[in-house]
Design a binder for this molecule. Sequence first.
Ligand SMILES: [Fe+2]
Ligand SMILES: [Fe+2]
Length: 401
Amino acid sequence: MKQPKKIAMFGGSFNPIHNAHINLAAAFIKKLKLDKLLLIPTATPPHKSDSEMVSAEHRLNMCKLATEDIKKIDVSDIEIKREGKSYTVDTLKQLKEMYPESELYLITGADMFVTLLDWKDPEEIFSLATVCTVPRNDDDIEVLKEKEKQYNALGAKTVILDLKKSNISSSKIRKHIFNDESFSKFVDEKVEKYIYANYLFMDKSTINYDRFDKVLKARMSEKRYVHSFNVAVEAQKLAKKYGADVKKARLAGILHDITKETPGDEQLQIIENSGIILNDIESPSPKLWHAIAGAAFVRDVMGIDDEDVFNAIRYHTSGRANMSLLEKCVFIADFTGAERDYDGVEEMRELSEKSLEEAMAFGLSFSVADLAKRRLAIDPNSLACYNEVVLKTSKSYNKSK
Ligand SMILES: [Fe+2]
Ligand SMILES: [Fe+2]
C-alpha cells in the first residue's frame, strides 16, 4: 500500500463531531498539504455518564457519517480499541509503525497545546510529530506563541494556524439538544439524523412529541410515520371510550413501531442490551422482534419507564392473556388506524366501537388463521390471547349467528 507522505492525527472526544471540527480539519489539510488526516475519537472514560459522553461506538459512527464524503479524512478506532487509558504518545508511536515512511502531524486544541509539557513523554511527542493548533479566541494567540517558543527550544516543530474563530462547541450543541432547540446548523445533516435516531444527548425526563416526531422520522419511512401517527390517534380515541389512560395511549401508539424498520441484527442487539431473552417461538420469528425491540428501545434508550406503556408496545403484535385496557387499545388501534384498508377493516372498526374483546377476537381469528395457513409458528401469547377473547365473546357471537 502506498504510504501517505503527510499524515495528521486529530484526536478528540467528538461528542458530537460538528462543523468547526470539519472546518479545522479541512484548513489543516490545505495549509499543511496533508495527504491524509485521521480523526481519532478517544475511548470513553469510565466515570463519564451517558448524557455527558455517549458511547465510543456512537461517536465513531458520527465521525464516519460527517466525513464519508471527504476523501482525505479517515476515521480511526485505534484509541477506542486500545485497552486502558490512551496517551497521545502511544497513538503517535502506533501511527509511526503503521506509516513508517510518513511525516506525522498532531492537531490539538489550544487548551491542550498550552499544557503539552504535562503530557506523557512530551519530548518523544516532539520527536514523532509536528504539533499544530489554532487559537481559541483573540486573547490566547500571544499565550500560544509564548508556548511555541518554549517548545521550539526543546526541538519541537510547531504550526499555529490563525483560523477564523468559531463559537461552536460540542458542549453547546449538547445543551441545544437537551433543551430541544434546533442544532442543525452546527452539525452535518447525517449526524443530526443519527442523534435523533439514537436519542443521544436528549432530556429523558421530559415527554416532547415534536422531539418524538424527529426521532420517528429519523428511524422510519413517511408511510410508517403516518401509520404510527394514526395508531396514536386511534389508541387515544379507544382509551377515552373505554377508560384507559389517554396520554399513555398516545405515547404507546406513536412509539409502537419505532424499531419496525430497524435492521434485524440491530433489533436483536437492542433486545440483548435490555437483557430480554427471546423464547423458542420469538427467536426464529423476525416479525415478532420489532415489538420486543421497540418496547426495549422506548424504555432503555428513550428512558420512558412505564410498565403499561412497555407492555402495550411489547404485545402490540402478538397480544397475550390478561391484557390491560391500554394494551388492548393499542393492539386494536394497530388494526384500525385511518390508513388501514384491508378486507374487513370496516367490520373491525365497528366492532371496536362496541367491545374491545369482540374486536380482538375478530382481529386475532384472522391473524391466527393466516399464520396457520402459511404454516408459520404461532406465538403462545397470541394463542392464549385468542382463546381468552374467543371464550369470552363466543356466547354473544353464537347468538348473533
Ligand atoms: Fe408493529
Ligand atoms: Fe403498527
